[in-house]
Design a protein around this ligand. Structure first.
Ligand SMILES: [Zn+2]
Length: 409
């Protein structure tokens, strides 16, 4: 396989997570267990541009179906994050009723609804019908297609060029990253800004976040390679912020190459951190793979010991992260009896691969759990708080990443 960005042949393996179903392929009933399709999940590293990428056979169309169940608005902390971003960017770029904001992967309108409220013209691009419908119900105009250079030109023709293009947690989901980024160049107004948010490879490596690896993620990004990809498309990174979202993300601010923006010191600072963390040395990736094996073995040993001791273990959060951990560690529904999730779209279905039933959170007490494994460790405080408010907590919590940890709520 060749690099999605520079075409170099990929020889360095970061990790091989074996075969598993697509992480959002929830199963409606037990009959669906036997027809489950699995795909290999292997991550390779380009030693020329250092784009980390999945060696993937899953077609994007197979993953982003109407059943793709993630609605951004279910997370209170993510809504808050979106609202404060809107305030900052509106002020910083001086957006008003004559501006145009385009969000790529606008999901259910969790972010654009803030621009609607403020009277700033906006447009969403979202190929997933179920979430696009939810955005439209919020009064947002949505184009239901995949974003690429072609669509960027269509939008520029029909709506004019964008003063702000937002792309949060989507760059990693794109198979053809070059065409996607070239689309920003085509659609961006002369003085416009693109902001991109993506989980930082630096955190994935240093915090052992291998559970953020799944088929829907084609690449794992560092600032150096993102800067290079943008630069090839005629765009320049002029600022970067380090965020705590998704276990550590970067928010990159970019403009046309010839814009008057000065490059902020943070750009070189973050790049230096990546160099210091040895992200551009093969040995880092080999060590990561060994750490993944160790985490999976420890997690499974904990579950087996709990089972032998007659304890009940359940999970919380039927997120993609949990599926990667469970399927890599080879954990099935004999070790974790149920997983609870507040999203109605997932309830009363089964997790892909592990076949653990998904139930509404109010059923958790009836299971009398001794341990609750929190899969979305990035929002563990929010989850503990939610459960403390809504149920009588007399169990211990467990997270597996960055290392196995048992704690009281
Ligand atoms: Zn490359």
């Amino acid at each position: 396989m060749n690099c999605r960005h520079c075409g170099n042949e990929l020889a360095l393996e970061m990790v091989n997570l074996g075969c598993s179903p697509a992480s959002n392929a929830y199963l409606r009933d037990k009959d669906a267990f036997k027809n489950e399709i699995t795909y290999s999940l292997r991550v390779l590293v380009c030693e020329q541009c250092w784009l980390v990428q999945t060696d993937d056979q899953v077609e994007a169309e197979a993953l982003f179906t109407d059943e793709y169940a993630y609605f951004s608005s279910v997370s209170a902390s993510w809504l808050k994050h979106a609202k404060s971003y809107t305030e900052v960017v509106t002020q910083k770029l001086g957006l008003n009723k004559n501006s145009l904001v385009v969000e790529v992967a606008s999901n259910d309108g969790y972010l654009l609804q803030n621009f609607v409220k403020n009277g700033i013209p906006n447009l969403g691009v979202e190929p997933t019908a179920a979430v696009a419908r939810a955005a439209k119900a919020r009064g947002i105009n949505v184009i239901e297609e995949f974003f690429d250079t072609r669509l960027a030109n269509v939008i520029a023709m029909d709506y004019g060029k964008a003063d702000l293009i937002i792309a949060n947690n989507v760059l990693a989901h794109v198979p053809d990253i070059n065409s996607f980024v070239q689309g920003f160049k085509e659609l961006l107004s002369e003085a416009g800004t693109v902001t991109l948010e993506f989980p930082s490879l630096l955190n994935i490596i240093t915090q052992n976040q291998f559970d953020t690896i799944y088929h829907e993620h084609y690449s794992y990004l560092n600032l150096c390679v993102v800067e290079e990809i943008l630069s090839k498309a005629g765009l320049k990174v002029y600022d970067v912020e380090e965020l705590s979202t998704h276990g550590g993300s970067l928010r990159v601010w970019a403009s046309h190459q010839e814009s008057s923006h000065h490059v902020a010191p943070s750009v070189n600072e973050v790049k230096q951190k990546e160099i210091d963390a040895k992200l551009f040395e093969p040995s880092t990736y080999l060590a990561f793979s060994e750490k993944v094996t160790q985490i999976c073995e420890e997690f499974k040993a904990f579950l087996v010991d709990a089972k032998l001791a007659g304890k009940t273990v359940v999970g919380y959060g039927a997120a993609a992260k949990g599926n990667t951990l469970l399927n890599t560690a080879g954990v099935k529904n004999n070790l974790i009896s149920a997983v609870f999730d507040s999203a109605p779209s997932k309830q009363n279905q089964y997790l892909p691969g592990s076949h653990i039933p998904i139930l509404p959170p109010d059923a958790i007490e009836s299971y009398k759990p001794d341990y609750v494994v929190i899969f979305p460790w990035n929002i563990k405080d929010e989850i503990c708080q939610y459960l403390a408010t809504n149920s009588r907590v007399n169990w211990k919590y467990c997270i597996a990443i960055p290392n196995l940890e048992i704690f009281d709520g």
